[in-house]
Design a protein. Structure first.
Lengths: 858, 160
């Protein structure tokens, strides 16, 4: 940069020198051109071609041809425009010449035959003729192509330099070796709020005030002075404050001495920029970093900041948690902190996040090995953060061990409650048959929950002295085998200490066998045999009696149980006991129900029989009424018939008395026919009389049979009843069955006459149906021990032995469907029973059936 | 009053013609009684009211009027006349109860025996006759008695 400045100075000087020159005369030009051995001469004349005036080349110098690479011949006659890059320039140049006679030296661009650009410094002079219509000009030029290039380059450089200076954001200031301000760029002006023009110069050396004598040139640390003295000053920070910069700014100055070719210091140059913002920014950054630090250290959560896996910073809490120092942890890899088993998982998570720097990896839980090699449960929150200028990851770690512990406990509690509820509800819904299965399932559940090797339940007998039933669950392992056979009966007196505890309703808790007292020798031996290391046993009580016990065994390793487990066992025990009692009750209810049902069946049977009887008696009533009606209806015509018949008889008697007297009077008449007639009439009258008597008999018997006064017990002659009944069944018996009567002396018997008639009727009908073809019925009556005995024997086909005890069953019939209702003998039986009598039926399939009815007389 | 000439009148009431015919034929044949038959109890009541009747026989179940009611009527107007009821009604108990209430002379069941019937009728008539005779005698006796009492009183009056 400084070298550049030096060059710029040179050029600038040169240009100034150049510009101080006055325009050269034609003469001078010719001389100088000649002096330089390059004469480019064009003689140009105006000719009119096609009514257009054109400037044509009349003659050229050799140098001109050489320059443009044309031959003389090619150039002559050509319009001068052709060789100018810009044809307008040619015109203007020539015009000027024409107008003024001369033209100043002007740089023009010409083009060679090949089109390359060359630069010539022209002077022109018009060749005047007296006529003043001279149109000829002489152009004399100097090849300044190289110069031009150099100039242009220089000019470019200068422009560039200028541009740089003008456009730099940094301020640049140039001073001479005395420290006087030579120049400054716009940026310097802006930054320092200079109020100067380029021409002002630093006048006051003291304090290096800027030309306004007010603006102090920043001189703390005196960067420019030092530069002038030959020092290379780098990044000197200086604070500038003046009336236009009331708040002051910080600038950072780089200053260098300016040296000429000989190495002598000719001045100094300083470049500076405004670092106020940066300073402030870094100050505020520092501040915020401090605050950050404070926050970090103040918080209870562990904070880790890492970048690409490496820990950049931790706070005290994190260090404390992991058991390291803060410094120790810097540089550690974050993965190293994680528990081995979780490493893979966490690595995956972090990788995912690394790929998406903007993504939060949210929160998750994991375990770490912290100080004292303890395992902690931690909750991790992470996100990205800008720290010390970099985008890093920050994680906050919270020790949730306690929380987790509490959660676990709560879960445990809930599980316990759920287990109990589960068991309890499932038991409620079990039928008595499912209870066994339910107990096994429940034992398994509580065993697994409590983490024991064996859970069991023993049920005792009513007297509480023996185990009579047991249920067991074992964990699936070779060392643990079931130790009780299901229905094995064990006398509890074999384990007196256990027995004592249980009967006193105390639980037995032995985390180890050492806890057993001296007296429990047998129990200890037994447990050692079984390989039981820990035991928990609680009694199951219902009401005030010991029903059984519920226990846990630990076999593979000793175990301690908490109050919760005691409670679990106790509750489960209660549930079991209740369920079992429930089952017992249900069974009892079932039995009672069965008994009741049976009773009901019996009663129903009785009622049915009674109903049948009732229907029957109702039938009887209606029958009675029917009979009464019929009897009554019959009686009147019967009365008339009977009476008339009697009158006929009497009339015949009378006639018989009259006729002999008539006969006496008149002997001659033949009265034999008349006699015969009389005899016939008499005969018929007898028949009518008998017929009438029979009808009367039947009607009477019918009435007797269906007497309406049933409710009244009467003293009747059994025989008359038998007789009436016989009359009624006469048609069943006639010509086929002979009735033999052997009546004893029977006093009147207190009874319901029509009911007894029914009895006899039934027996007679049965007898008549049993007798196929011809047979006999023997009726015998006698008194026996205060009872009237009626024996009716038939000669029918009898009753088979196996049916004999069924004959009185309602509905039992051998007569076939539709013929017999099977109710006859059951009614008979009931009637006899109502009379406090007895009925006995014996039968011989060869001889027939004998029915003996015994009725108390009183 | 000429007793020997008196021909007893029997009133028969039954809504069944055949019964009336039968019984009246019997009585005509076997007795001297005058028989009056009625199918309508009301008409019978009228007749009894207006005429001298020695015996009334009635059926129990009749359309117009129950036999017992009829005979009760008869009892009201001429209580001395023996009343006999013939019933084909099978309910003996109730019949007997009714008889006792009304106070009947006899009760006969259908179908009846003619000889039995004749006997009962004769007895009834005889009873009635006897009662009448008795009444007559009593009234004669009363007359005589009163005469005697008269004389007695007169005698006493004379002496006292």
């Amino acid at each position: 940069m400084l070298k550049f400045l030096e060059e710029a100075k040179k050029v600038y000087m040169k240009k100034n020198l150049n510009s101080k020159k006055a325009p050269a005369s034609f003469k001078d030009n010719v001389i100088s051109a000649i002096a330089e051995e390059i004469i480019i001469i064009f003689e140009v004349g105006v000719k009119t071609i096609d009514r257009q005036s054109k400037m044509l080349i009349l003659s050229v110098s050799k140098a001109a041809c050489n320059l443009l690479h044309y031959t003389k011949e090619e150039l002559i006659g050509r319009p001068i425009d052709d060789i100018f890059v810009d044809s307008n320039e040619a015109e203007s140049l020539l015009k000027e010449s024409l107008d003024c006679g001369v033209a100043c030296a002007e740089k023009k661009a010409l083009k060679t035959k090949s089109g390359k650009k060359v630069y010539v410094l022209f002077s022109s002079c018009a060749k005047c003729s007296k006529a003043s219509t001279a149109q000829e000009i002489i152009l004399v030029g100097q090849n300044i192509t190289n110069q031009n290039e150099a100039e242009e380059a220089l000019s470019d450089q200068t422009k560039l330099l200028q541009s740089i200076l003008n456009n730099m954001a940094d301020g640049a200031v140039l001073v001479d070796k005395k420290g006087y301000l030579l120049a400054f760029n716009p940026a310097a002006e802006k930054i320092l709020r200079l109020d100067l023009t380029q021409k002002d110069v630093l006048s006051n050396r003291e304090g290096f005030f800027l030309p306004d004598k007010k603006t102090p040139f920043p001189n703390q640390k005196r960067p420019l002075i030092r530069a002038i003295k030959g020092e290379d000053v780098n990044k000197c920070e200086v604070f500038v404050k003046h009336e236009r910069l009331p708040d002051g700014i910080f600038i950072s100055i780089n200053a260098r001495p300016l040296r000429n070719d000989r190495g002598e210091i000719t001045g100094g140059v300083a470049v500076f920029d405004d670092i106020t913002e940066n300073k402030l920014a870094s100050a505020s950054l520092r501040e915020s970093e401090e605050r950050f630090r404070a926050l970090l250290d103040g918080t209870f959560e562990g904070i880790l900041i890492y970048d690409k896996g490496k820990i950049m910073a931790v706070n005290n809490a994190a260090a404390e948690l992991f058991g390291f120092d803060v410094e120790q942890m810097k540089g550690m890899n974050i993965i190293d902190l994680v528990l081995d088993e979780n490493k893979a998982d966490i690595t995956k998570k972090l990788t995912l996040v690394k790929q998406n720097p903007d993504v939060d990896f949210g929160k998750f839980e994991t375990k770490i090995r912290g100080k004292n090699n303890e395992v902690f449960d931690i909750k991790v929150y992470g996100r990205s953060l800008v720290f010390k200028g970099k985008k890093v990851r920050v994680v906050a770690i919270r020790d949730i061990t306690r929380q987790k512990k509490a959660e676990k406990e709560l879960q445990y509690r809930m599980d316990l409650e759920n287990l109990i509820t589960n068991i309890s509800t499932s038991f409620i819904n079990l039928t008595p048959d499912e209870i066994e299965c339910g107990i096994s399932t429940a034992l398994k559940k509580i065993g697994e929950f409590a983490g024991v090797d064996r859970s069991y339940i023993f049920l005792f007998t009513e007297d509480g002295k023996r185990i009579h039933n047991s249920y067991e669950w074992c964990v699936d392992s070779d060392c643990v085998k079931p130790h009780m056979k299901h229905a094995e009966e064990i006398d509890l007196s074999k384990f007196p200490w256990f027995y004592k505890k249980l009967t006193e309703f105390e639980q037995v808790y032995l985390p180890s066998l050492e806890k057993l007292p001296e007296e429990a020798k047998i129990e200890r031996m037994h447990l050692e045999e079984e390989g039981v290391l820990s035991l928990l046993m609680i009694p199951m009580v219902h009401g005030k009696s010991l029903k059984g016990c519920l226990g846990f065994n630990a076999i593979r390793a000793p175990k301690e149980w908490s109050e919760d487990i005691f409670a679990l066992l106790k509750i489960t025990g209660e549930i079991f006991v209740n369920a079992l009692e429930h089952k017992k009750m249900l069974n009892a209810i079932k039995k009672a129900k069965e008994d009741l049902e049976q009773k009901v069946e019996e009663r129903t049977k009785e009622l049915k029989e009674k109903q049948v009887q009732l229907i029957n008696s109702e039938k009887m009533v209606s029958l009675g009424q029917l009979v009464a009606g019929v009897a009554h209806e019959i009686n009147t015509p019967l009365g008339a018939l009977n009476s008339n018949n009697d009158i006929f008889i009497r009339s015949i008697e009378k006639m018989k008395r009259i006729i002999p007297s008539l006969k006496n009077q008149d002997n001659e008449l033949d009265y034999s026919d008349f006699d015969k007639l009389i005899k016939k009439i008499e005969e018929l009258n007898q028949v009518s009389k008998m017929a009438a008597e029979r009808i009367i008999n039947i009607v009477n018997n019918l009435r007797k049979f269906a007497r309406l006064d049933q409710a009244v017990k009467d003293r009747v002659d059994i025989h008359s009843g038998i007789e009436s009944t016989l009359t009624l069944v006469h048609h069943e018996l006639k010509n086929r069955i002979k009735v033999h009567k052997e009546y004893g002396k029977l006093p009147p018997v207190s009874c319901y006459p029509n009911q007894l008639n029914q009895v006899f009727m039934n027996i007679f009908i049965n007898a008549s149906q049993a007798i196929e073809g011809k047979g006999d019925i023997h009726i015998k009556t006698r008194v026996d021990n205060g009872n009237a005995l009626v024996q009716i024997q038939d000669t029918g086909h009898g009753i088979p032995k196996e049916s004999l005890n069924k004959i009185f069953n309602p509905g039992f019939t051998t007569k076939g469907v539709g013929i017999g209702t099977g109710l006859g003998l059951s009614i008979v039986y009931q009637i006899i029973k109502d009379h406090n009598g007895k009925i006995d039926v014996t039968s011989d399939e060869r001889k027939g059936t004998k029915v003996i009815i015994s009725l108390p007389i009183k | 009053m000429n007793e020997s000439n008196h021909k007893p009148t029997i009133v028969l009431v039954d809504d069944e013609e055949m019964v009336l015919t039968s019984i009246s034929s019997l009585l005509e044949m076997e007795s001297d009684y005058t028989i009056k038959t009625f199918t309508s109890p009301e008409k019978a009541v009228k007749y009894i009211e207006d005429n001298g009747v020695d015996l009334v026989i009635s059926d129990y179940l009749m359309e117009e009027m129950n036999g017992i009611t009829f005979l009760a009527e008869v009892k009201k107007i001429k209580p001395d006349i023996p009343r006999i009821i013939i019933t084909g009604y099978a309910d003996k108990e109730n019949a007997i109860k009714a008889i006792n209430e009304v106070g009947l002379f006899q009760y006969i069941e259908k179908p009846w025996d003619n000889s039995d019937l004749l006997l009962k009728i004769r007895n009834g008539v005889e009873k009635f006759g006897l009662i009448r005779k008795l009444e007559k005698k009593i009234s004669e006796l009363n007359v005589a008695n009163s005469e005697r009492t008269d004389i007695y009183e007169k005698m006493i009056a004379t002496f006292v």
